[in-house]
Design a protein around this ligand. Structure first.
Ligand code: 5GP
Ligand code: MN
Length: 327
């Protein structure tokens, strides 16, 4: 194996992991496959090193990760009493708030922050943040090598899921030749790419398409066709018995329109609570835009949560977008 970025400083991370006996791995709220894949890959490696490991998150893991080994060991919700870790490792979370846990939990514990978001607030006691990586899962690939551990089939499959989804199926500019060389190693280690594709992209509930049909009818273009908007309100989710994870990918319809520079997906996760997803392309940084709205993310994929009516929230996002388009 070969590291993607051999100059990344893993020394402190390696030492802290080697010294720890019990470790709690934490994914971010509304977990995606990068955070879950990173959590699972680390789980397998740390178990292999003889550590006691827990995977406990604020929110449930998405259904599409259930094909990954040990995904059934991930718990969520209220903190279980039995978790007594001397090291906490957060993966793919740009800020402490993204973990969704009361700050009290982090008191007197060593928190390690492994992430690839440029907007990361360096909230850990140990921070390893590198925005060159296409996915946090790819960071775990390098970490495994620094820990001198083997890449087994279970961790390889988890890393593959993380990288596949965080690169929008290898379509982003973060995908280098080295990323493909890493994928070759993941396949050699036992990853079945067809099994991954089936679980992630071809296992939707049919109701998703009723909701998609509804969502596409809400699509509007503004700013001379430079912005595209899609929205799904709370009632629509209820009516179709769907949740946030079932609208994964809806924003891609808005961003795929010729001439659209910024795509916005507004989903009402609770009454008057809107999860905003933003996608952009050069020269606009939606990461910066989301930051101005109290969220964060990457240059071309970002998000935030806003409270208010549809009209209030849309206006708020519009104002920030328009100030960027004007520049
Ligand atoms: P998505 O639109 O797929 O939910 O998120 C796109 C990107 O933006 C992800 O990298 C995610 O971590 C980040 N992101 C989404 N929502 C938030 C948020 O509320 N706060 C922060 N800091 N980042 C977010
Ligand atoms: Mn990620």
């Amino acid at each position: 194996l070969k590291c993607l970025y051999p100059d990344t400083a893993w020394q402190q991370v390696r030492e802290a992991i080697e010294q720890a006996t019990s470790i709690h791995l934490i994914a971010h709220v509304c977990p995606d496959l990068d955070t879950i894949g990173s959590q699972l890959a680390l789980y397998h490696v740390l178990k292999g090193m003889g550590k006691t490991v827990w995977m406990h998150n604020t929110d449930p893991a998405p259904r599409i990760c259930h094909y990954l080994p040990a995904s059934e060991c991930i718990t969520y919700g209220e903190m279980p009493q039995e978790i007594q870790a001397d090291l906490l490792i957060a993966v793919d979370a740009g800020s402490l708030g993204r973990l969704g846990m009361t700050e009290h939990y982090f008191k007197d514990k060593t928190l390690m922050n492994i992430d690839h978001h440029a907007s990361n607030t360096l909230y850990g006691d140990i921070n390893i943040v590198d925005a060159r990586y296409c996915a946090t899962g790819a960071m775990i690939y390098d970490l495994i090598q620094h820990l001198k551990q083997p890449l087994n089939a279970a961790s390889a499959a988890a890393i593959y899921a993380a990288v596949l989804t965080d690169t929008a199926s290898f379509r982003l500019s973060t995908v280098s030749a080295d990323v493909h060389r890493m994928v070759a190693e993941l396949i050699d280690a036992g990853t079945d790419v067809a099994v991954a594709a089936k679980a992630i992209y071809q296992s939707h509930h049919k109701e998703r398409f009723h909701l998609l049909s509804h969502a596409l009818k809400t699509m509007i273009l503004q700013n001379n066709g430079q912005t595209a908007w899609i929205a799904v309100d709370y009632d629509a989710y209820q009516k179709h018995h769907m949740s946030g994870e079932d609208t994964e990918g809806f924003i891609d319809y808005a961003r795929s329109i010729d001439g659209v520079a910024i795509a916005v997906f507004m989903r009402e996760s609770n009454n008057n609570e809107w999860k905003i997803s933003l996608r952009g392309e050069a020269p606009y940084s939606v990461g910066e835009l989301a930051g101005q709205l109290g969220g964060g993310g990457h240059q071309y994929a970002a998000g935030c949560t806003l409270l208010g009516s549809f009209e209030q929230v849309k206006k708020q996002v519009e104002t920030v977008i328009e100030s960027h388009l004007d520049q």
